[in-house]
Structures are given as structure tokens and as C-alpha cells.
Design a binder for this molecule. Structure first.
Ligand SMILES: NC(=O)c1ccc[n+]([C@@H]2O[C@H](COP(=O)([O-])OP(=O)(O)OC[C@H]3O[C@@H](n4cnc5c(N)ncnc54)[C@H](O)[C@@H]3O)[C@@H](O)[C@H]2O)c1
Length: 339
């Protein structure tokens, strides 16, 4: 409906190829099919798991494909959204870039510095617009905090204090590959990107500690939590927490907060509270704000050469390199340099 209304108003409908038909690919394809991203429709769904691609494509009214080249040739999408697991972003991004398709890839860009740099080179070589889906940059309180910081109201940013935690059923039941990642890659990456985006600071070293036991007791070999202290080149620093074992009785889907302190002021975002509290069988703080449509619209505008650079692959490379050093520190118990 929304797409037809845009066409009636003389605007061209955009068509997005969804690569990866899992949790995120399904959420985004449904967002398009339900008209929640006005003027954007699903062009097709690609998944190496043919049954999964077909199920999602049928649900959202487009065609299913087992490989990218055929999907691009037959659907001619305006852009692609890549939602494969963290360590499997490189091959689809390189293939789409070589085919000249603008790419919005899920966070984190990659889980090795080699992969991240290769992807940044691939999109630059091909001359295609490419961004990382650091969705929290479009979360309204963070977007407003960024506007205030960039206007200079807080002065020079000196420290960050952030946390992003989830209930234990998230790695325990919902995420299929939690044993192959960590709360730092999956959750803390958002905080490290927010700090990079808000402060525009280069991370030089990191010290991290983590604990195990609860998740491994459930057969999921990963950290229960990770704490990190990051030092930036100008002497600022940040303390970050990512925990995956909050009890399922926690009232919000995630426990998200970030404090930014500058020389002239401070900002504090409490992301778990979105304005609605419900108390019946149990007390809960439901998610009511939606910002994925705005994020997608910004990417599509930038892909057309309108609007800013967005969440660049260069920022994605920087966050990946910081996370690689962070995981070295988790193993070595020492402060590690970001290289
Ligand atoms: N931006 C956010 O707020 C946010 C939130 C959650 C997850 N994520 C990210 O989204 C990405 C996807 O996570 P998910 O939970 O949807 O994963 P998922 O496991 O549910 O789905 C991934 C899908 O990709 C498919 N796949 C794997 N390799 C492929 C390939 N080469 N080509 C095509 N399909 C392939 C798999 O078969 C699977 O269906 C991850 O990087 C994750 O960190 C981002």
C-alpha cells in the first residue's frame, strides 16, 4: 500500500535484495512487505539454505534464490541488505560489490581485520556505495545526542560509559550461532561504534575481562559477559559492558545505556525505557520505537548520492580491529594495542 502511494505521488519504488533469511533478514523482509519502509519493496530473498529462502520469499511475496549472481541478474535490485552471520559477511559483500549493487551489511562488518579490509577494498574498487547497519545510530535518543555532540554543546568528549546486555534466552534459545561468537562481537560492537561515531576518536589500546560458566553449562561455549576499557589516541577513554546472562524476567528486551562526558557537558541515553511500562502478570518495558525504516531510507538516499556518507565501511574496519584486540586481551589478560 505504502509503495503504491509513493508511486502515485510520482516517486520510484526501490527494490531491496535480502541476503540471509534468518532472524534479521526475516524482520527486514517483513518490514518491506508490510509497507513499514515506505517506497521500498523486497526484490528477492537469497539464502544458502534453499528451504529458508523459499519460506521467507513466499511469506513476503517475492522470489527465492540460492545464489546472489542469479538473484541480481533476474531481479535487478536497487540495493542489497546482507544479514548473514557475523563471520560470513565477506563473500556476499564482495560478490554484490563486483556486480555493482550498493550494499547495507549487518554489524559487525567482519570478525577479522583481513576480512574487514578486503571488504572495504572491494567496495572501493567497485565504486559502489556500502554501509554497515549500525542501527543504534538511528535510535532517536542516540541520533539527538550525536546532533548535540557535533554542535559542540558538550565540549571535547573525554569519557564514555556504556552497557548493552541481553536476557539469557537470547544466546540460549534465539541466536543459532551464539557458541561461535561472544557478547563483545554481538553486543558490545554497538557501543564501540556509538563511541566512535559520537567522539570521532581513534582507539589505541584495550584491556578486557570476561567470565564463563552459565552459558557453557547449557552447551554454549562463549563468555557470559565481557568488560572492556578502551583508551583513545587523545587520552579519552571508555568503559563498556556486554552481558548475556540477564534473567529472562528482565523487563526490557535489552538493557542499553550510554553516558558521554565532555569538557562542557554530558549526555545520557537510557535505551531500555521507550516510554511505555506495562504491569500485568509481570512488569515489562516493551519496544515501541521503530527506527529501521529511517535507517534504510538514509542508506538508499546516500546510495543515490544524496545525504552523508552514513555508517562507512572505514568505521566498520575500525570497530573490527578494536574488537580483534579486545579478544586478544581476553585471552592474554594484558592490555593490547589496536593495530
Ligand atoms: N543491527 C542490529 O541491531 C542487529 C541485531 C541482531 C543481529 N544483527 C546481525 O545480523 C546478522 C544476521 O543475524 P541473524 O540473527 O539474522 O542470523 P541467522 O543465523 O538467523 O540468519 C543468517 C542466515 O544467513 C544464511 N547464510 C549464511 N551464509 C550465507 C551466504 N553466504 N549467502 C546467503 N545466505 C547465507 C543462513 O543460512 C541463515 O539463514 C549478524 O551479523 C548479526 O550480528 C544485527
Amino acid at each position: 500500500m505504502a509503495g503504491r502511494a509513493m508511486l502515485a505521488a510520482g516517486m520510484t519504488e526501490k527494490r531491496l535484495l535480502v541476503v540471509g533469511a534468518g532472524t534479521m533478514g526475516t524482520a527486514w523482509a517483513r518490514m518491506l512487505a508490510e509497507g513499514r519502509a515506505p517506497g521500498v519493496a523486497p526484490a528477492g530473498v537469497v539464502d544458502i539454505d534453499g528451504a529458508r529462502a523459499l519460506e521467507l520469499a513466499n511469506a513476503v511475496g517475492c522470489r527465492a534464490f540460492g545464489e546472489i549472481a542469479t538473484a541480481v541478474r533476474e531481479t535487478r535490485p536497487d540495493a542489497a541488505y546482507v544479514a548473514t552471520p557475523d563471520g560470513q559477511h565477506r563473500a556476499p559483500v564482495e560478490e554484490l560489490a563486483a556486480l555493482g549493487v550498493p550494499v547495507l551489511v549487518e554489524k559487525p562488518l567482519a570478525t577479522t581485520a583481513d576480512d574487514a579490509e578486503a571488504m572495504a577494498e572491494a567496495v572501493q574498487r567497485a565504486g559502489v556505495h556500502a554501509e554497515v547497519n549500525w542501527l543504534q545510530r538511528w535510535n532517536p535518543p542516540f541520533a539527538e545526542a550525536a546532533r548535540v555532540v557535533s554542535a559542540g554543546e558538550l565540549g571535547d568528549i573525554r569519557l564514555f560509559n556504556g552497557r548493552l546486555n541481553q536476557v539469557v534466552s537470547s544466546p540460549g534459545e534465539r541466536l543459532r550461532w551464539s557458541g561461535g561468537t561472544t557478547p563483545a562481537w554481538y553486543l558490545m560492537s554497538h557501543l564501540l561504534d556509538l563511541a566512535l561515531w559520537l567522539g570521532r576518536k581513534r582507539a589505541v589500546s584495550v584491556y578486557a575481562l570476561g567470565g564463563r560458566g552459565e552459558l557453557s553449562g547449557r552447551g554454549i561455549e562463549t563468555y557470559d559477559w565481557v568488560h572492556a576499557i578502551v583508551r583513545y589516541a587523545d587520552g579519552a577513554d571508555g568503559v563498556f559492558e556486554a552481558c548475556w546472562i540477564l534473567p529472562d524476567s528482565w523487563p526490557a528486551a535489552s538493557d542499553l545505556g550510554l553516558r558521554v562526558v565532555g569538557t562542557r557537558g554530558a549526555a545520557e541515553v537510557e535505551g531500555g525505557q521507550q516510554g511505555l511500562a506495562l504491569a500485568s502478570e509481570r512488569y515489562r518495558l516493551p519496544s515501541v520505537l521503530q527506527w529501521a525504516p529511517q535507517r534504510l531510507a538514509a542508506f538508499l538516499r546516500a546510495a543515490e548520492g544524496r545525504g552523508g556518507p552514513g555508517a562507512s565501511f572505514d568505521d566498520g574496519v575500525a570497530v573490527t580491529k578494536l574488537l580483534v584486540a579486545l579478544h586478544r586481551s581476553l585471552e592474554s589478560g594484558a592490555v593490547e594495542r589496536v593495530v
